[in-house]
Design a protein. Structure first.
Length: 307
């Protein structure tokens, strides 16, 4: 059974994370592993206080209990409390040991309602996770009916964007969602005629460049699996601003991480970083180096639909 790790603490953002993870669990039949780290160093020392450790562990267990209240329809939920001073490290370690397909966390409590804002734990997690990470907006659990009906993926033809597209094609049909493949042409770059080196050069007009991009993205969408309902969207503008704006009209945004950095690790670039900071919907970030992200999470649901 695939597993989804859910980061939990004493704040309401834990309920936001559980609410988002519940969508993925219902679409995949995955087990939710609710993890709460409590601040205690288990390294043997004279400063050790087992009574204090038990109190912290009990408080962490109570946080997990509160986080899952109201989600009685979830069939498989496993609580895990971990003695670790750094919550991000605890989540990464559990995800690795459990072979998890996804980590889900809530936004910083300082973020506005309906917005994603990664706090310290989220930022550290997003810079070191070996599996995809989804961040729920503040207040997501209290927003009422928020089914994931439209999934968008940021696409720029890079290997990381192609991995994000693979993740989107796994998750969209499993959730019964439409897919929007969005490519943003940088307005500064696209507005400058391209000079082709050689004995002579050709000038590519901006309109022709934009049409070429539309034709290419249409081919990409046409090649997607038959069970994926998708549309290509090409926009000319600032990539960071335009993709953040797209999150107001979709229910989940998927993006790849930066194209350099540790293999199989999330490393946010300027575009993905702004999405995590400003998105108006949940954001799922795919680490670089994962060839088939989320396939193991949704393969059963996808196979059932194909059958």
């Amino acid at each position: 059974m695939p597993k989804i790790i859910v980061g939990v603490d004493e704040s309401d953002r834990s309920k936001d994370a559980v609410a988002l993870a519940a969508h993925f669990a219902r679409g995949s039949g995955a087990e939710l592993v609710l993890v709460c780290a409590f601040p205690y160093d288990d390294t043997p020392s004279r400063a050790g206080n087992l009574d204090f450790r038990r109190e912290l562990r009990e408080a962490a267990h109570n946080s997990i209990q509160r986080a899952q209240e109201g989600f009685d329809d979830l069939s498989v939920v496993t609580p895990q409390t971990v003695a670790e001073l750094r919550p991000a490290k605890a989540l990464q370690a559990i995800a690795t040991s459990e072979g998890a397909s996804l980590i889900v966390i809530g936004s910083s409590h300082r973020g506005g309602v309906g917005r994603v804002l990664a706090g310290t734990t989220a930022e550290r997690l997003l810079h070191g996770s070996s599996c995809p990470v989804a961040v729920a907006p503040t207040g997501f659990h209290a927003a009422g009916d928020h089914d994931i009906e439209t999934v968008a993926v940021a696409y720029d033809r890079s290997d990381e964007a192609k991995a994000a597209l693979l993740a989107a094609t796994a998750i969209a049909p499993a959730l019964g969602a439409r897919l929007r493949v969005v490519e943003v042409l940088d307005s500064v770059w696209a507005g400058t005629p391209a000079l082709m080196a050689g004995p002579s050069y050709d000038v590519v007009p901006p309109a022709q460049f934009e049409q070429s991009a539309r034709d290419h993205l249409a081919e990409v969408v046409a090649a997607l699996p038959e069970n994926v309902t998708a549309e290509p969207v090409v926009i000319v503008g600032d990539p960071e601003r335009e993709l953040a704006g797209q999150t107001h009209g979709v229910d989940l945004m998927i993006t790849g991480s930066r194209g350099y950095g540790p293999h199989r690790a999330v490393l946010l670039g300027s575009v993905s970083g702004r999405l995590v900071r400003e998105a108006a919907c949940p954001v799922l970030v795919v680490p670089r180096g994962i060839e088939t992200p989320l396939e193991d999470l949704f393969e059963t649901a996808t196979a059932a639909q194909a059958g």
